[in-house]
Design a protein around this ligand. Structure first.
Ligand code: PMP
Length: 428
């Protein structure tokens, strides 16, 4: 019996089925864009722990920063005895966040905790309760996270009742026939039929939907949302948890639209592989909450904040925003040439290095092919390439390689993925 199968049996006996595994591959070690499993198999990692390892696994500067912090202390709780790395990282993020308004940052640990806090702060600041999110959006798995998430199965089904006063409007996805005008009309209709704008605290949006399928809101759409929010005194919350930290070719995706959100939820790559999340937002808004109203025992853990400082240095010094654009171009060129050879790739798209292929039957946008998508992800893993599926229809393969991946390794991964896709497509 292989080590992987032994651990798989132990996992099945001890871990609830609700925590799904995409691959039955137990990791032994990882370095930059490569993973080795407990049986010694080698993989090229195009998943990056779901957009967490933008600077790769174990970047030497992250390792050094964490080691140095480890020698000092690991936990005191910022609310009891604060520490330098928390305020240093906040200071840098406040400077880097989009828009001219002075910013402040609250650190937490997980993405959904940042989302929950952003909503909490928006409600406190506006004195309103309504929150508008988008169909197909993903904001996490807590009760409020689920309520904001715009997909029922598997995220919300059976877990109700969910928090109230949450509304959804369609995310603009032209490939699915939903235009930006449709989305804005739905928002106006919501204001007319469901909730008056003066009761809405916030609109929360992923500038590029992650789990939903890597659909990007255009700069114009985000600007229109900003305008609607300003008209009605509603706060705009950008969920940059998957899009942040150079992934889309900018430090934050909102920069692409020249839009300053009131609050941003960030997580994943900010910690370079260690748990860290934050709400970064206008100081005036964050400062309004009374002392004691914000925080958590582990919020902004010292090891993670130390890692976060190294992450920002790496992004800057290694030019990872520009690198993201190059990676995206490389994947799109590869995807387009593949698309021309089969009838199963309906769409090839990217924002920076947030690239995706959408699989359909016979080039028909209305016939998603989630089975082929799953089969490709599984077969690619057997060829040593780790990829992730996503999409409201389960038919998108997303590419999230570490931005530090070499051209050589990325080409090798794409070469193998191409062979897998062509073979499976031919057998459809
Ligand atoms: N928002 C977005 C956009 C995400 O992609 C995710 C995680 N995939 C979350 C929120 C939730 O983050 P976490 O799993 O760290 O709670």
């Amino acid at each position: 019996m292989s080590r992987n199968s032994e651990l798989q049996a132990l996992r099945a006996a001890n871990i609830p089925a609700g925590v799904a595994n995409l691959h039955n591959i137990f990791v032994d070690r990882a370095e930059n864009a490569e993973i080795w499993d407990v049986d010694g198999n080698h993989y090229i990692d195009l998943a990056a722990g779901i957009a967490v390892n933008n600077v790769g696994h174990r970047h030497p500067r992250v390792v050094a920063a964490v080691e140095a912090q480890l020698k000092r202390f690991t936990h005191t709780c910022f609310q009891i005895t604060p520490y330098d790395v928390y305020v240093h990282l906040a200071e840098r993020l406040n400077r880097l966040a989009p828009g001219p308004s002075p910013k402040k940052t609250l650190f937490l640990t997980t993405g959904v905790e940042a989302v929950e806090n952003a909503v909490k702060i928006a409600r406190y600041y506006t004195g309103r309760s309504g929150v508008i999110a988008f169909s197909g959006g993903f904001h996490g798995r807590t009760l409020l996270g689920m309520a904001l998430t715009g997909k029922v199965v598997p995220y919300k089904s059976g877990f109700g009742p969910l928090p109230s006063d949450i509304y959804h409007v369609p995310y603009p996805v032209e490939y699915h026939g939903k235009t930006e005008a449709d989305s804005l009309a739905a928002l106006d209709a919501l204001f007319r039929y469901d909730i008056e704008p003066s009761r809405v605290a916030a609109i929360i949006i992923e500038p590029v939907q992650g789990e939903g399928g890597f659909y990007a809101a255009s700069p114009g759409f985000l600007q229109q949302l900003r305008q609607r929010c300003d008209e009605h005194g509603i706060l705009l919350i950008a969920d940059e948890i998957q899009t942040g930290f150079a992934r889309t070719g900018k430090l934050f995706a909102c920069e692409r639209a020249g839009v300053e959100p009131d609050l941003m939820a960030v997580a994943k790559s900010v910690g370079g592989g260690l748990p860290l999340s934050a709400v970064i937002g206008k100081a005036e808004i964050l400062d309004k909450v009374a002392a004691g109203g914000l925080g958590s025992t582990y919020g902004g853990p010292p090891l993670s904040c130390a890692a976060g400082l190294a992450v920002l240095d790496i992004i800057e010094e290694e030019g990872l925003c520009a690198r993201a654009e190059r990676i995206g171009e490389q994947i799109v060129a590869w995807g387009k040439s593949l698309q021309a050879e089969t009838r199963c790739i309906g769409d090839v798209r990217t924002t920076g290095a947030m690239a995706a292929l959408e699989f359909v039957v016979d080039n028909d946008a209305n016939r998603p092919d989630p089975d082929l998508t799953k089969a490709i992800v599984a077969a690619a893993a057997k060829k040593g390439v780790l990829m992730l599926a996503c999409g409201i229809r389960g038919n998108v393969i997303r590419f999230l390689p570490p931005l530090t991946i070499s051209d050589e390794l990325l080409n090798e991964a794409l070469k193998r993925a191409r062979a897998v896709i062509l073979e499976l497509a031919a057998n459809r």
